[in-house]
Design a protein. Sequence first.
Length: 61
Amino acid sequence: MPIFGDLDQGLGALTAGALLGELLLELGDLLIAGVGLRLGAALLRLEGREFTEFAGLPPAR
């Protein structure tokens, strides 16, 4: 019954490919989230710096 052996190998490869694709999607989401967090932190620092300059306070270290 070589047909079932080929089918089993094909399903195994398909499952492995789907799992790899899911893993790559998750890693991409994490990368996008990390970039978003870094940009958000940079914007908060910029806004904080502008506020301290506006208020006449010394800059934070």
